[in-house]
Write a protein that binds this ligand. Structure first.
Ligand SMILES: [Zn+2]
Length: 377
């Protein structure tokens, strides 16, 4: 028998932890970074290249996939894994966040969200029950509860009311997921903590989620424009309010220095479009901070993007060549830059896992910040 879902913590160092999530489609080493495969593709990368960078799991977007090609069609074609040729775990978001940020003419009620597609204007309804159904049709391994994510700068009573509704939706998500038959027996469901930057609301949310019971717990409602200082201040208490023996997932984060600071505060999982989107925009992440390959200073630079990076791009191509590709808007430029950025993120996660395992995470984080942010000790 293969395990449906188990989380083993191998080592702790301060609030940081390293471990393994075991699932039927494979293990996920934590802290984990999940590349974002919005429309059944990590843009500009083949799935085998994504795997080669060290990714154990990728993320798929319910909102995009329900609109195009459609969840029922993906199911008919054998599920998302077969459709896109990625056979390891996939986490799908619930669509809640993107329906609020991308769609037109939304109508939010207790039942769910009615909206028009940003692609063709067609009318759709997302509810906790429909979100669970879509994620089941896609064949998701880690299903996210359907929630509402209000802006962090809304008045406290609005944040509180929204969080309370998200907790009622979390229960409906739990029930919808559990009614999913065979899919529920081989996949996992995560709840999402809300409450913006407010410690008391976050605690109420955490307690309600824990009462319902989930395989893992996400910290939602951050990385929505509040800034790193406010995010870290919230992460000083939010992870500790969630069950200690379950994975904690910080949604939509972030920059390399965000990841180090969040792992330091007890977060186990991340996803973000930043490394892939930046790769397409000519920005490369390095151990010495981000660099923009459009810059003329790289025109005759024969060094790799990062001298410590072990990716194929760095092993083969110079900054001068990448500068040329980016300036010429060649597709290969986006491909090579994305591959490096995803590989860099995975090497960063591996370095953090090693440091936690060896009990030297504080020193690692200090060295990282010195090199990456140029901050002396
Ligand atoms: Zn590289």
């Amino acid at each position: 028998m293969t395990t449906r879902f188990a989380f083993d913590i191998h080592a702790r160092d301060g609030a940081a932890r390293t471990g393994t999530i075991s699932m039927m489609r494979g293990d996920i080493r934590t802290p984990a970074f999940m590349p974002v495969g919005t429309a059944a593709t990590v843009k500009a990368m083949k799935p085998e290249t994504v795997r080669k960078t060290g990714a154990d799991i990728i993320l798929g977007n319910t909102y995009h996939l329900m609109l195009r090609p459609g969840a029922e069609r993906v199911a008919k074609l054998g599920g998302l894994h077969k459709f896109m040729n990625w056979h390891r775990p996939i986490l799908t978001d619930s669509g809640g966040y993107q329906v609020m940020s991308l769609s037109d003419l939304r109508k939010l009620t207790e039942k769910g969200v009615e909206f028009r597609s940003h692609i063709d204007g067609s009318k759709h309804m997302l509810t906790p029950e429909r979100s669970m159904e879509i994620q089941r049709l896609l064949g998701s391994d880690i299903v996210m509860a359907f929630d509402e994510c209000p802006r962090a700068d809304r008045p406290r009573d609005e944040i509180a009311a929204s969080m309370e509704m998200s907790m009622r939706w979390a229960k409906r998500s739990r029930d919808g997921f559990d009614a999913g038959g065979e899919h529920a027996e081989r996949s996992a469901l995560f709840g999402i903590q809300q409450g913006a930057l407010d410690e008391e609301l976050r605690k109420i949310s955490a307690d309600k989620l824990t009462d319902i019971g989930f395989d893992g717990y996400a910290i939602g409602g951050l990385a929505v424009g509040e800034g790193q200082e406010a995010m870290f201040a919230t992460l000083d208490f939010a992870p500790g309010q969630l069950p200690e023996d379950r994975p904690r997932y910080l949604m939509g984060v972030g920059k390399p220095d965000d990841l180090v600071g969040a792992v330091e505060r007890g977060v186990d999982m991340f996803d973000c479009v930043l490394p892939s989107r930046s790769g397409r925009n000519g920005q490369a992440f390095t151990w010495n901070g981000p660099i923009n390959l459009r810059n003329a200073r790289f025109a005759e630079d024969q060094e790799p993007l990062d001298s410590r990076c072990k990716c194929d791009t760095c092993g083969t191509y110079s900054r001068a060549y990448l500068h040329h590709l980016v300036k010429s808007q060649e597709i290969l430029g986006a491909m090579l830059m994305t591959e490096h950025n995803i590989a860099f993120y995975q090497q960063l996660m591996q370095a953090m896992r090693d440091a936690i395992g060896e009990g030297r995470f504080a020193a690692f984080a200090a060295d990282f910040r010195r090199d990456y942010l140029g901050q002396g000790d």
